[in-house]
Write a protein that binds this ligand. Structure first.
Ligand code: ADE
Length: 251
């Protein structure tokens, strides 16, 4: 008998397991979850508490506001996950390295991560060090906990899994996959509140369409994300930085 291969799996350690699957149970990710293309396991950190109050946090050493997640409780929760060997162990945190599409693609191509969701003022540093947790941020703003950040990361990975996007597999033609933001899209009606679809898109000339889309993507990237634009490779012949074409859509 042949056994099914283990699907990509996200294991989430959280104080609020009831938040999952939440939005991950709907639409593209939800259908893929229901059909077994990936698996989700939300585990309650509190189940690893040992005292009679089931406490998971305590006041920060050195003083200060709020509460800190205890190292011993969180370490026990991590260690209780079966077959975690070889899986990336992440902790969602605004002080982590910013998540990128490249890291998402790496995580999607592996067995799937174990993700710790922080709450309170933080997590005891010793468990981060002792279990080699990779701190990951989804942006320069502070959420009230890591759960929504974990859902964001999982969603970004799941859509890249084989079979999830099916014919929609436009993974190579979208924002960030080539270091550019995505070009603007249009559909019917041909005129909307006096704004026509750009002529080139209804010309039927595929080469011209491709050229226009690249120019728009470059112009948008240069205008909105000078950081990404600066990282673009130089134009091959001249050795000079590319000049962005002028933007035609509104910023
Ligand atoms: N937890 C709170 N804020 C966060 C952020 N910006 N990214 C990841 N995890 C977080």
């Amino acid at each position: 008998m042949t056994s099914e291969p283990t699907p990509w799996r996200a294991t989430v350690l959280t104080l609020f397991p009831e938040m999952f699957p939440g939005p991950l149970g709907i639409s593209l990710a939800g259908k893929a979850l229901a059909s077994g293309l990936w698996a989700l396991e939300a585990r309650d950190i509190r189940a690893s508490a040992t005292d009679k109050h089931r406490s998971v946090d305590d006041t920060p050493a050195g003083g200060g506001p709020g509460m800190v997640l205890r190292a011993d409780v969180l370490a026990a929760a991590i260690d209780a996950v079966d077959a975690s060997e070889g899986r990336p162990k992440l902790v969602m945190s605004p002080r982590g390295r910013p998540l990128t599409q490249a890291r998402v693609a790496e995580l999607a191509s592996g067995p799937g991560p174990l993700i710790v969701c922080g709450r309170f003022e933080g997590i005891d540093q010793r468990v981060i060090d002792a279990r080699g947790l990779e701190e990951v941020s989804i942006g320069d703003y502070v959420l009230s906990g890591g759960e929504i950040a974990a859902m964001t990361l999982i969603d970004a990975c799941v859509r890249l899994l084989p079979g999830v996007m099916g014919k929609l597999a436009s993974g190579t033609d979208e924002s960030f996959s080539d270091g550019l933001l995505e070009y603007p899209q249009y559909t019917r009606p041909q005129a909307f509140e006096g704004r026509p679809i750009p002529d080139v898109l209804i010309s039927g000339d595929h080469a011209k369409v491709a050229k226009w889309r690249l120019a728009e993507a470059e112009a948008l990237t240069a205008a909105r994300r000078p950081d990404l634009w600066a990282e673009r490779p130089k134009a091959p012949e001249s050795g000079k930085k590319r000049k962005p074409p002028k933007i035609t859509t509104s910023e």
